[in-house]
Each structure stands twice: as structure tokens, then as C-alpha cells.
Ligand binder design. Sequence first.
Ligand code: BEZ
Length: 217
Amino acid sequence: MEDQVQKPQMPRIGDQAPDFDAATTTGPLRLSDYNKDSWVVLFSHPADFTPVCTTEMSAFAQEKDFFAERNTKLLGLSIDSIHSHMAWVNNVKEKTGVYFNFPIIADLDTKVSQLYGMLHENEDTTAAVRAVFFIDPKGTIRLIMYYPLNVGRNMEEIKRSLIALQTADENACALPVDWQPGDKAIVPPPKTLEEMDQRVNDDSVEKVDFYLAKKSL
Ligand code: BEZ
């Protein structure tokens, strides 16, 4: 049997976000400090001065108010130097007027990329894939997205995911497929036969059957 190569453990939903210190475009940053009392959206891009990445980073920058209004800080990352980041930020500002107004980690030694499983070596051995980690104010990873190098992420889905996570927390509920703000939420299914009988007779919720019921928030 061939020797099995041990793959690095990737953080998963529900894990404590691994802490790190990193050099960024806004100075040294420790995740646990940055994450104090606020959500953090940590996202990687493959490389500076590349077209898809420029569109994505510009979209994040243009949504800064959306994230700030939802107590959420942005944190970018790529395996590039701080000088490359600065030159790219300046270039995009000069050419398009969009300023990447959030810290971008210069992860040249791949420390953070490895810690967060952002290097998928069968996709690319030196560039991070397009990862998004939603980290709540307790430092727990709540949602993870991975996109390949050649497909840009969907900003509407990133925004919807953040609103959905916060809405589910605030209302202790689950949210159905394609849920959008204003839509009904899932009522937790009954856990006992007694609760099931109650649900069957409960006309205050929209019901398909006892296990699938929705209510307005
Ligand atoms: C891009 O952002 O355009 C890109 C980056 C790395 C590989 C392919 C595309």
C-alpha cells in the first residue's frame, strides 16, 4: 500500500476560528482582536493584479457600508507581498476610483492560508482558492464557501448568507431554501409526540405537515 500523505486539517463549521497574527495593508493584525465583538468575513483571492480578483475585491469594497451596518469587518488575504498589495490597491483606486478600504493580509509564507485550508494543491500549488469564512463575534466559524480560481464569487449570496446567519441567531430558527429577508422562517420540528399533536392543531403557522411549518418573523 502506498504511503498516505497526511492532508492538513481544515477548519470546519462550528470550529473556533484559528487565531493568527498577520501583516496587512492597514498594519499588523491579530484575528482575535479584530474579531472582538464583531463578525469577520475572512476571504482569500488567488493573486493581486488579476482580473477576477479585482472584480471581487472591488465588490467587497463597494459593500463596506452593508457589512459595517451588520457589525461585520472585512479581511482579505492572498499569497502576495505587502508591496504588491499596496501597488494593486493604488492602481485600482487610480483606474476605477474604488479603494480597497479593509485590511488585506500579505500571506507570503502561506501561514494563514495553510491554517484555513485555503491552498488546494490540486487546483493550484501556490495560490489560495477563493475562500470565504464567516466568523461570529464569539470567534466561531459559522459558514464556509470555496470557489475555484476561474469562477468569481456571488456578492448577493455572500450578503444573503450573512443576513441569514444573523437572522437565524436572533430568532433561534432555521431558514429554508432561497430564503430572503422578509420571507418566513422554519419553525423547529416537534421533538415529542405531544408537541407533534400540538403542531397538527396549530393554525398560527403555515404548515405542509407537522415537520415542515413556517412562520413570519
Ligand atoms: C483572476 O483573478 O482573474 C484569476 C486569478 C488566478 C487564476 C485565474 C484567474
